[in-house]
Structure formats: C-alpha cells, structure tokens
Design a protein around this ligand. Structure first.
Ligand code: GLN
Length: 308
C-alpha cells in the first residue's frame, strides 16, 4: 500500500470473509468449553482514540478472555505494588510454550508476565487479603480497562481450576522457590477466574486501546493506569506476548499483542488504536490462525507496524 487506509472506513467484514476461508488450526482442548467453541466464530474490532469502536459481524459474541488477560493483570500488579512487581517477575522472552514448567534459574522468578507462571504470580500481587478479594479487585480493574462491568463465566473458571494441572505445578514450584507466598491452590483459583472473564471483540479492543493510549480509556476518559505502566505493559507485549512466536509476530505484524487459547488476539498499536481478532482454531504456538492472517493484513493496510 502506498498510503495507509482510514480505520473508520476500513471494511472489516470483507477482511473477515477473506480469513474465514482459511481452514487450518485446531481448537484448544484444555477445557471442554474451548474444545466445543464454534470454530467459525470470527470477529475483528478496532477501538479508536475518539472512543468509537468499529467491528465486523460476531463483534459482540462473548468468549472467555484466557491469556489475553495477562497484559492487564501485569498492569494491575504494577499499579498495586507501585512498580515493585518488576522485582518479582522477569521481562525476558522464553522461546518456550506458554505453560512451560520453567522459572528463571538464578532467581526462581517467572520469566515474564505473559506466560502462565508470570500471570499466576501477577494475580497474587494484586491487592486483597483473600483470594476472593483479589479476584474482585481484578474484575473491577479489568472492567475499568473495558469501560463497562465485566463478568466471569463460572463454568469456565471451575474447569480451568480443576483441569489446569500444569498451572498447579507452576504455582507449587513458585512456592518452593519462595517467589509465591500465598497458597498454590488460591493462586491458581484467582488466575483461573481471571482467564474466565467474558469479553467480546469490541470490548477487548477497548481494553487494548486503553494500553495503547497511555492508560486512559478512550470511551470513559478514565485514567486506568499511569502512562509509565501502560508503556511498560505494551513493551512486554511486544517482546513476550506471542510466546515462542513473538519474534515472527513482531516481524510480520509489528503490533504489540497478546494471544490466547480462546483464539483472541488483543493488540495495542502505540498511540493509534486497540484491535482484536478472534477465531478459535490455533497454530502450534497457540495463536489463532485466522487472527494472525487478519492481523498481518490490518497492520499492512492501516500502516500499524511499529517499525514500518
Ligand atoms: N487459561 C489458559 C491456561 O492457563 C490460558 C492459556 C492461554 O490462553 N495461552 O492454560
């Protein structure tokens, strides 16, 4: 493209129709609710600085946020610890899967907040003197990013808690290392509830926009986190957000992003907009196959590559 297209006028339904032709990928089998997700759910949404949200068909179909919650958990942990969360969790990419049973060898810290170990820990760093209190505080914080009250899918939360054996293993390992101080089961319960928050493409795009726009929600005008926290969070999305596919993503798409096993990818294009693509079939790195294709096209057409 010679010049970037205007986001407001961009034909998101045409892009959706185009990526729906792609049949590759497999749905996550980690919990029954994801294994049974509609494989042809496909939505694309953009949230702009003027507070408008533009979406394709399926833009308001609900899904569980899963790992797309991790940037927001990191931001909330940074806010509640006055930045000290940066001493408790690393910020280096792992080159490994999201649920790898691995901590930093010299410190016992999780490698970064975008993998499961890191997100289990950031959930535990949010203020609250009980798991319920932390969970409530996380839901309230996520709702401020969204600009409307969000809810938890309790069935998904139960499945995540019951079936998340690797998450329980990670929590126990972090306790053994002294990096997690609450009970392992409580930590996984809070993390499971955070992954089970219901969003849709439109509202998740607003959450991504809030990070992209320096921590201010473009719909409510509320400052949700400081500009420094928003910047730090987007920086870690850029380096670690697509797990062992982060380098490939950064080259081809060039927008800081977080992938998830629900097939949602939330993107924060600094200073420009928030965007979401969701479709459940995943590639080997747990990234939505259609989402990746749509993100590449969007980035090119709208001129969003940060090194573009
Ligand atoms: N809830 C999922 C898990 O903990 C989230 C993983 C993901 O979306 N990549 O395994």
């Amino acid at each position: 493209m010679d010049s970037a297209a205007e986001p407001r006028e961009y034909d998101l339904d045409a892009l959706r129709q185009r990526v729906l032709l792609e049949r590759g990928g497999e749905r996550s089998s980690s919990i029954p609710q994801l294994a049974e997700a509609d494989p042809d759910l496909c939505a694309i949404a953009l949230a702009l600085p003027d507070g408008t949200v533009h979406s394709s068909a399926d833009g308001t179909v609900p899904f569980s946020i899963q790992s797309a919650v991790k940037p927001f958990l990191f931001a909330l942990a940074l806010a509640d610890t006055d930045g000290a969360a940066l001493d408790r969790v690393g910020i280096e990419p792992t080159g490994e899967a999201f649920d790898a049973i691995k901590l930093e060898s010299d410190t016992g810290r999780p490698p970064n907040p975008m993998v499961n170990a890191g997100a289990i820990l950031t959930c535990a760093l949010v203020d609250g003197d009980s798991p319920d209190a932390r969970s409530e505080r996380i839901l309230a914080g996520l709702s401020r990013f969204a600009g409307r009250p969000l809810e938890i899918d309790e069935d998904v939360a139960r499945s995540e808690h019951l079936l998340g054996d690797r998450n329980h293993a990670l929590a126990h390992l972090m306790r053994a290392e002294g990096t997690l101080t609450c009970s392992a089961d409580d930590a996984v319960a809070v993390y499971a509830r955070a992954c089970a928050v219901l969003v849709d493409a439109e509202v998740l795009a607003v959450m991504g926009a809030t990070l992209a726009l320096g921590g201010v929600n473009p719909i409510t005008g509320e400052r949700v986190v400081s500009a420094e926290i928003a910047r730090d969070t987007v920086a870690v999305m850029a380096t670690c957000g697509v797990y062992d596919g982060s380098g490939r993503w950064m080259r081809a798409v060039g927008i800081p992003a977080k992938s998830s096993v629900s097939g949602a990818i939330v993107m924060s294009a600094p200073g420009a907009l928030g965007a979401v693509v969701i479709s459940p079939p995943l590639d080997e790195q747990g990234t939505s196959v259609r989402g990746r294709i749509a993100a590449e096209v969007l980035s090119a057409d709208l001129g969003l590559h940060v090194f573009g």
